[in-house]
Design a protein around this ligand. Structure first.
Ligand SMILES: *Cc1c(COP(=O)(O)O)cnc(C)c1O
Length: 495
C-alpha cells in the first residue's frame, strides 16, 4: 500500500515513511492510494472477533510493510487489559431504544484520544526502525487538552522519543491541565501558550515547516514528528472501533448483520469522523455520518453551504476539545470528495491560509451530502441535554458526547444511531455537575469529582481519581513567538 499527498505534490511512500514524517514535507497530508474493500464474507468473519483481533486484521490491510508479528506485538501492547478497563476496549452501551453510546474513554486518560495514542508510539518506533532513522524523534503536539495528555501518556518513557505539548493558556479545563502536569516520565514536556488552540496549532505547523529550525534540530541529532491527527498513524487505529461497534451490536442482537447504522460524531479536527468514513468506504454498513459541532459551528456551516469560513469569533465553550476553527483532517476528506483532485485541494488550502475561507464546487457538495449530515448545539443546549438524558435514561454524558446526542436526535432516519462518546463525564466535571444539579458551583473541579459521584452513583474514572496525589511538574507560560526557542531549549537540555 502506497501513501500519496492530498496536494499531488510528492512521491508516494510506504506506511512507515508516512508515519515517521507525520505530514507531507512540502505541505499536504498522506492518504492511502487505495481503500481496502471488505466483502460480506470478510465482514461476517469479523462478527465474533474481540477488539485486538479485529485491530490486527484491519491494520494489516493498511500496513503491508509491517509483518503480522509486528502488528500483533503492537496491538497487544496498546490495547492491553492493564490500559483499558473494559473487556470490549470500546463498549457500546444503550442510552435508550435506537440510541447507543460507543464509549471511547476506557483508556488510561479517560478520553477517546487513547484509542489512537496508545498505539501510535509503537507504530512510530517500528516505522523509524524500518526507515533507518537513528535520530531521536521529537513529537510536537498542539493540543486543546485531551490529545496532549493522551500523547504524553502514550510516549512516556518510550525509547528514542521525546514529546513536547503546547496547549492554550486558560483554554483547557483544570482537570486536563492537572492531568498533563502529572504525567511524569523522563521525556515529557508541556508549555501553556498565550492564545487560543488555533494559534497554538498554527505555530506548531510553522515549526514543522521552518527550514532553519529543522536544520538546527537535525544538527542536534533529532527529527520532528507529529502525534496530531494529521499523522496517518493517528487516524488508522480509529477506523477499528467503527467495526467493533457494529460487530457488538450484531452480537447483542440489537441489529441483524447487514443492517445499516448511523454514527454521530462530536467533531473538532475531523479525524474521528473521517475514520468512520474510511470504515464506510471499506464496506461497513454505515448509512449516514453526522458531524456534530458546538458553538464553533464552522463545519456545520460548511457541510450545509459548501463554504468554509473561519473568519468568525473563536468561542471558548464547555466542550473545549471541539473549540476549533481550522479543522485539519477535512483536507483528506476534500481530496476524496473532489475525486482525488489534488490541484483543487491545494487551491482551497491556499485560500484558507490566505483569506480564511474557500468554497467547494457543487459536485463536491453533492458527494458530501451522500454520506454526511450535520448539526450544532450551543453551551446552554449542551447542559440541558446532559440533565435530560441523566434524568430520563440514567446515563451520564460528558459535554462533547452531549453535543452529539443533541444533534443525533435531530437526524433520526429510522436506523440505529450510535453516538461516539469521546470523553468520560468526570473529565469535564464542572459543566457536567452544573447540568445535573441545575446550578453552577464555586467548588474546584477536584472537589466536584467526589460530589458528582455521590449524587449520580457513577464511579469516578480511575485516571481521574488520584490526580491530586501525584507530583506536579512546573507550569511554563510562553507566547507563540517563543515556541521554536522552547523546542530547542528542551532538545539541548536532553543532551
Ligand atoms: C479530540 C476530541 C474531539 C474531536 O475529535 P476530532 O477527531 O478532532 O474531530 C471530540 N471530543 C473529545 C472529548 C475530544 O478529545
Amino acid at each position: 500500500m502506497r501513501y500519496i499527498s492530498t496536494r499531488d505534490n510528492a512521491e508516494s511512500v510506504q506506511a512507515a515513511e508516512a508515519i515517521v514524517r507525520g505530514m507531507v514535507p512540502q505541505g499536504g497530508l498522506y492518504v492511502p492510494q487505495e481503500i481496502p474493500q471488505l466483502d460480506e464474507a470478510a465482514l461476517g468473519a469479523m462478527v465474533d472477533l474481540g477488539y485486538q483481533a479485529l485491530a490486527k486484521e484491519i491494520l494489516a490491510l493498511y500496513l503491508d510493510d509491517f509483518s503480522a508479528e509486528e502488528i500483533s506485538t503492537m496491538v497487544d501492547a496498546a490495547y492491553d487489559a492493564s490500559r483499558f478497563d473494559d473487556a470490549e476496549v470500546a463498549p457500546v452501551v444503550k442510552i435508550h431504544d435506537g440510541l447507543f453510546a460507543l464509549e471511547l474513554w476506557h483508556g488510561p486518560t479517560a478520553a477517546f484520544k487513547d484509542m489512537a495514542l496508545q498505539l501510535l508510539p509503537h507504530l512510530l518506533v517500528h516505522s523509524m526502525k524500518k526507515t533507518g532513522v537513528d535520530k531521536e524523534v521529537v513529537i510536537l503536539v498542539a493540543t486543546s487538552g485531551d490529545t496532549g495528555k493522551a500523547a504524553l501518556e502514550g510516549f512516556k518513557d518510550v525509547d528514542g522519543t521525546s514529546i513536547i505539548c503546547f496547549y492554550p493558556d486558560g483554554g483547557v479545563s483544570e482537570v486536563q491541565e492537572l492531568q498533563m502536569l502529572t504525567t511524569g516520565g523522563s521525556n515529557t514536556y508541556t508549555f501553556a501558550v498565550k492564545g487560543n488552540f488555533d494559534d497554538c496549532q498554527s505555530a506548531v505547523k510553522e515549526a514543522f515547516a521552518n527550514e532553519a529550525l529543522l536544520a538546527e534540530v537535525d544538527a542536534l541529532g533529532c527529527q520532528f514528528s507529529s502525534a496530531n491527527s494529521i499523522n496517518w498513524g493517528r487516524l488508522l487505529p480509529q477506523i477499528v472501533y467503527y467495526f467493533a461497534a457494529y460487530m457488538q451490536l450484531v452480537r447483542k442482537g440489537e441489529i441483524t448483520f447487514g443492517d445499516a447504522i448511523d454514527f454521530t460524531v462530536p467533531t473538532g479536527n475531523f479525524g474521528n469522523i473521517l475514520a468512520g468514513w474510511f470504515a464506510r468506504e471499506m464496506g461497513l454498513p454505515i448509512g449516514k455520518l453526522v458531524c456534530a459541532s458546538n458553538a464553533n459551528d464552522v463545519l456545520d456551516d460548511f457541510i450545509r453551504t459548501g463554504t468554509y469560513d473561519a473568519n468568525r469569533p473563536f468561542m471558548k465553550t464547555n466542550s473545549p476539545s471541539m473549540d476549533i476553527l481550522i479543522s485539519s483532517n477535512l483536507e483528506r476528506f476534500l481530496y476524496f470528495m473532489s475525486g482525488r483532485d489534488g490541484a483543487a485541494v491545494t487551491a482551497d488550502m491556499q485560500a484558507l491560509a490566505k483569506d480564511g475561507r474557500y468554497s467547494v464546487s457543487d459536485a463536491v457538495r453533492e458527494n458530501m451530502a451522500q454520506v454526511l449530515a450535520s448539526g450544532a448545539e450551543n453551551e446552554a443546549q449542551t447542559l440541558a441535554i446532559i440533565g435530560d438524558v441523566f434524568a430520563k435514561d440514567g446515563y451520564l454524558l460528558d459535554t462533547h458526547t452531549a453535543v452529539a446526542v443533541g444533534v443525533a436526535e435531530a437526524h433520526n432516519e429510522g436506523r440505529v444511531m450510535v453516538v461516539d462518546s469521546t470523553a468520560n463525564p468526570y473529565k469535564f466535571v464542572g459543566a457536567v455537575s452544573e447540568a445535573v444539579n441545575g446550578e453552577k458551583s464555586d467548588a474546584s473541579d477536584l472537589d466536584l469529582l467526589g460530589a458528582l459521584a455521590e449524587k449520580t452513583g457513577v464511579p469516578v474514572h480511575p485516571a481521574l481519581a488520584d490526580l491530586t496525589a501525584k507530583p506536579r511538574s512546573e507550569r511554563h507560560v510562553i507566547t507563540t513567538a517563543e515556541i521554536n526557542e522552547a523546542v530547542l531549549g528542551v532538545i539541548k537540555s536532553r543532551k
